[in-house]
Structure formats: structure tokens, C-alpha cells
Ligand binder design. Structure first.
Ligand code: GUN
Length: 283
């Protein structure tokens, strides 16, 4: 292996320790930072994610207030609940776990969250703030990727980053964050013709499509940084990313593993956004 590993577990641990310190500082001023987590229905993956979020919060001293509702909850009731949480000064962050049941309009629900408490960074106001360089909450996954680049002291200015994937919660905000650091950014997606011709020009590749082996060794410039946001299951049912890790690690300069890469960073950045929300609300 020639590439150096960017260890998401280790970096996330460090970030959690920083958040724990900030939490203690708020508590010393009499503020109990709190995150409300709303889970509607019984999607098995969502239940696991939410359990992690509750545990991560407790571990860093944040109060996690989990509210669980049946899959038959009316959208209007959910909107009322969000409205109450928006007005509740003891709640600093609000997270509605996605996906929501099919009878609900997820966009409408997310837009009901106060931007000041939008710790997922999914609200249009949060996306707009990122776009125009104003303070807001950045989505956790791309923010975590940026922190991984920072952790290796990577200077993005003047570099070419290729982001593969154009989702509202990863690809697009990732591109904005990289642009904000004066990188040149190309956004590709699964339908991009000759993806390899694009990625071979890249100093940084961020793969966020959700397709195993999307990025192979022949698509990577020697020494490039490869960040793998993918979360897929391979033929044996094991978790894998979008990058052919075994091949690409022989070419890249830096690479993130799956598992143990971007995943733990996403979780850590939710804690960062939550403590940030509490600090802003009580400044
Ligand atoms: N479902 C899967 N990932 C996420 C996430 O980061 N936030 C929310 N709210 N729901 C999700």
C-alpha cells in the first residue's frame, strides 16, 4: 500500500473530545445543550442510525431527546411538534430522521425546522447560507470530509477537486465547501460520460454515488486524495464504499477506508453542529 490512510474513527474521537469540552463550558454557564431527534416509523436502518446519534450525544454530554412516532403519524401532527420544538428554548438542535413515511412531504417537514436549529443542514436557508458564504449549518457528511482534508494539512487552494454525486446533502454542498477553499471544482455524477477522464485530472476525488467499484485505480492520478462517501454492501454482505480500495490504495496518496472513514465523521459533525447551535443560541 502506498496511500496513507485517513482514519475517520481516530479523527471523530478527537472531535467528540472537543465537543465534550465545549459542552462542559456551556454547562458551566448553566446551559444544557440538547438535541431533539424525531424518528417516525420503524425503518430498521433508521433505528440503528438514531441509536448511534443518541449514544454519541450522551457520550459527549449533550442531552438527546428522542421522540418516536408510529408510521401512521399525520404530517400535520409532525409539523405541530416541530413548531413546538422550534419555540422550546431548552432545545438547540432538531433532527428529523429520514426517510419519512411515504405519506409525508420530506421537503415540507425539513423546511418547518427553524434554520437556527437545523443541525442536519438540510434546510434551504442552510444551503443558501453555504452558497453565499454566510454563517449557517453545513451538512454533516461533506463537512466531515472537509475536516478529513484539514486533518492531513491539505492545501485546497488552486487544486482540482472532482466530486462524484450531486445530491443535495453531499455532492452539491461538498462542491460549495471546496470552492470556498479556492479549489477548482468539477461535479460529476453517475451519468457523466468518461468519468475516468475527469477523475484522472483530480488532486482530490470525493466519491458519493452509492455504487461499489465506481472509482478504480486506473481512474486515479498518482498521489491524489480519495475520499469515499459510499455505503454499499458487497456480494458477501460486507460494508464497502464507492472506491475499489485495494486497487486505489496502490495509486492514491491518501485514502479513506469504508468502514471507519467518512461514516464516523458524519456522526461527529452532527455533534459539532449541535454544540454550535447551543453556543449561538446562548451567546
Ligand atoms: N437518514 C440517513 N442519513 C441521515 C442524516 O444524516 N440525517 C437525517 N435526518 N436522516 C438521515
Amino acid at each position: 500500500m502506498t496511500a496513507q490512510l485517513i482514519d475517520g474513527n481516530a479523527l471523530a474521537r478527537q472531535i467528540r473530545a472537543e465537543v465534550a469540552g465545549r459542552t462542559q463550558a456551556l454547562k458551566a454557564r448553566g446551559v444544557e445543550p440538547a438535541l431533539a431527534i424525531i424518528l417516525v416509523g420503524d425503518d430498521p436502518a433508521s433505528q440503528v442510525y438514531v441509536k448511534h446519534k443518541v449514544n454519541d450525544s450522551s457520550e459527549t454530554g449533550l442531552t438527546a431527546k428522542l421522540e418516536r412516532y408510529g408510521a401512521d403519524l399525520a404530517e400535520a401532527e409532525l409539523l405541530e411538534r416541530i413548531d413546538a420544538l422550534n419555540k422550546d428554548p431548552s432545545v438547540h438542535g432538531i433532527l428529523v430522521q429520514l426517510p419519512l413515511p411515504k405519506h409525508m412531504d420530506s421537503h415540507k417537514v425539513i423546511e418547518a425546522i427553524s434554520p437556527a436549529k437545523d443541525v442536519d443542514g438540510f434546510h434551504v436557508a442552510s444551503a443558501g447560507a453555504l452558497m453565499v458564504g454566510q454563517p449557517g449549518f453545513w451538512p454533516c457528511t461533506p463537512h466531515g470530509c472537509l475536516r478529513m482534508l484539514d486533518s492531513i494539512g491539505y492545501e485546497l487552494r488552486g487544486r482540482h477537486a472532482v466530486v462524484i454525486g450531486r445530491s443535495n446533502i453531499v455532492g452539491k454542498p461538498m462542491a460549495m465547501m471546496l470552492l470556498g477553499r479556492s479549489a477548482t471544482v468539477t461535479i460529476c455524477h453517475s451519468a457523466t460520460a468518461d468519468l475516468g477522464a475527469m477523475t484522472r485530472q483530480a488532486d482530490v476525488i470525493v466519491a458519493a454515488v452509492g455504487r461499489q467499484n465506481l472509482v478504480t485505480a486506473d481512474m486515479v492520478k498518482p498521489g491524489a486524495v480519495v475520499i469515499d462517501v459510499g455505503m454499499n454492501r458487497n456480494a458477501e454482505g460486507k460494508l464497502c464504499g464507492d472506491v475499489d480500495f485495494d486497487g486505489v490504495k496502490e495509486v492514491a496518496g491518501w485514502i479513506t477506508p469504508v468502514p471507519g472513514g467518512v461514516g464516523p465523521m458524519t456522526r461527529a459533525m452532527l455533534l459539532v453542529n449541535t454544540i454550535e447551535a447551543a453556543e449561538r443560541a446562548t451567546a
